[in-house]
Design a protein around this ligand. Structure first.
Ligand code: SF4
Ligand code: SF4
Length: 59
């Protein structure tokens, strides 16, 4: 399962976007989008998120 964003917690800081190795995360008009087809479940975004807003859901 790919990363999932809790949009009510996300502060739009962009930290996760810069650590994603496959560019699966994109900030557009103040909303964070996850390209679930690109996500490789690496967990980088979850580790750097200061708000606990993004989680990789384990299979
Ligand atoms: S788990 Fe890894 S590949 Fe998936 S969105 Fe987060 S940083 Fe990108
Ligand atoms: S690191 Fe967390 S708070 Fe920052 S944009 Fe990503 S999900 Fe939102």
């Amino acid at each position: 399962m790919p990363a999932e964003v809790n949009r009510s917690k996300c502060m739009i800081c962009g930290g996760c976007v810069s650590v994603c190795p496959v560019q699966a995360l994109e900030l557009r008009e103040n909303v964070l989008y996850v390209d679930t087809k690109k996500c490789i479940d690496c967990g980088n975004c979850e580790k750097v998120c200061p708000a606990g807003a993004i989680k990789v859901v384990k299979k």
